[in-house]
Design a protein around this ligand. Sequence first.
Ligand code: KIV
Ligand code: ZN
Length: 513
Amino acid sequence: MTDKLIIFDTTLRDGEQSPGASMTREEKLRIARQLERLKVDVIEAGFAASSNGDFEAVKAIADTIKDSTICSLARANDRDIGRAAEALKGANAWRIHTFIATSALHMEKKLRMTPEQVLEQAKQSVRFARNLTSDVEFSPEDGYRSDVDYLCRVLEAVIAEGATTINVPDTVGYAIPELYGNFIRTLRERIPNSDKAVWSVHCHNDLGMAVANSLAGVKIGGARQVECTINGLGERAGNTSLEEVVMAVRTRRDHFNLETRIDASQIVPASRLVSQTTGFVVQPNKAVVGANAFAHASGIHQDGVLKARDTYEIMRAEDVGWAANKIVLGKLSGRNAFKQRLQELGIDLDSEAIVNTAFARFKELADRKSEIFDEDIIALVGDESVTPEQEHYRLVSLSQRSETGERPHAHVVFAAGAEEHRADSDGNGPVDASLKAIETVVKSGAEMLLYSVNAITSGSTESQGEVTVRLQHGGRVVNGVGADPDIVVASAKAYLAALNKLHSKAERVAAQG
Ligand code: KIV
Ligand code: ZN
């Protein structure tokens, strides 16, 4: 008998808490559609009470997605829980995920509450949530560092109040696989009503063990839900990586004896979409979704794989969606073919006018690049989902001059609201000159934390360059992404995209605040 393992994806909530990874409503909706295609059981769409923007994003996802349960995080108070229910009520199936910290450190220093007060608040919030929905998850934040006797009391009480899922977060990534697995097992053995709830693991990767800890929680502890994110996206060193857990359970079914509902062929498209949307590049040697995950460079390995694939491969690249990297459109493709491909990719542009602009940009790209891949289309329409309010700065044109032995010079024309600016600057290189030119006008004073260039599709210098720029200003960290076959243009677009995010004032309440 194989058991079912529930995959709970929190890319749009815990993943989005990575500095610079915040997403617009449209970006979140696009990722949610991909998560639905991937067949995740639960999508944690956000933290509805944290900001109006997050409320709207959770609501849009709840109103659109049909095949996954939609969940919102809520602190353990009536206002947060009410906001979550309000945002979620249009969904086919929905869950409220409420949490409060239970470690002595968090209760005393952060919450300034006694253990008895925390216990009461946990019970009351689960009771309140259960009056709104039958699907309620409770998380004792910093659960793994909590006193086990106290934690048993809290969890027994919230199960008695009707919590249907109990999640045990290793909030700070402190756990070791065997210890975390035993911790979950102890809780399940000691709590008399533990069989009334599904047990869930939620691990952070500070010591690089989030996946190992989650799997130990499943194997040793008997948890049947894993909370995870695409590409392991998340604050600090990230969260448990969805693709690694799913492929571990599938590849080693002999050991785990568990099934997930995941359509693994959607893993690589999901990874690309999240990376392109957030600007968080996937390291080449990342398991399952890294560019080198299935590449064999040594002659001995190549020879072995050609003779019998399983000599050096334990998974098939095409099973996790690598085959999707194929030419899809070219310069002769018409508007209908373009529109159909958008639909297949789950990209729903708001109006025919936006489809027309995107198609015009596609034609322009196809004139410069003979083969257009799915990744090119995703990058191209990324800009179309930006609303006019979010696009204060927009690149109009750019020219630059660079010659061996000469200092490069750039001339950039860009719009700032209704005004058009022309700016010039020299720089160490053409990219430096272009960004300095923009800065002479904008004077953002932002500090650049990261500048990275990636080829969107591998294989040739014809590929579009995708540039990520991370800026910090006034305590905020934002990422901007820009794509173009000309990497200087891609850099200017990325810089302006990051400035647009700094320009938009949307602030959110931190979940663990
Ligand atoms: O890591 C954590 O403790 C969390 C909870 C809010 C579930 O993300
Ligand atoms: Zn977390």
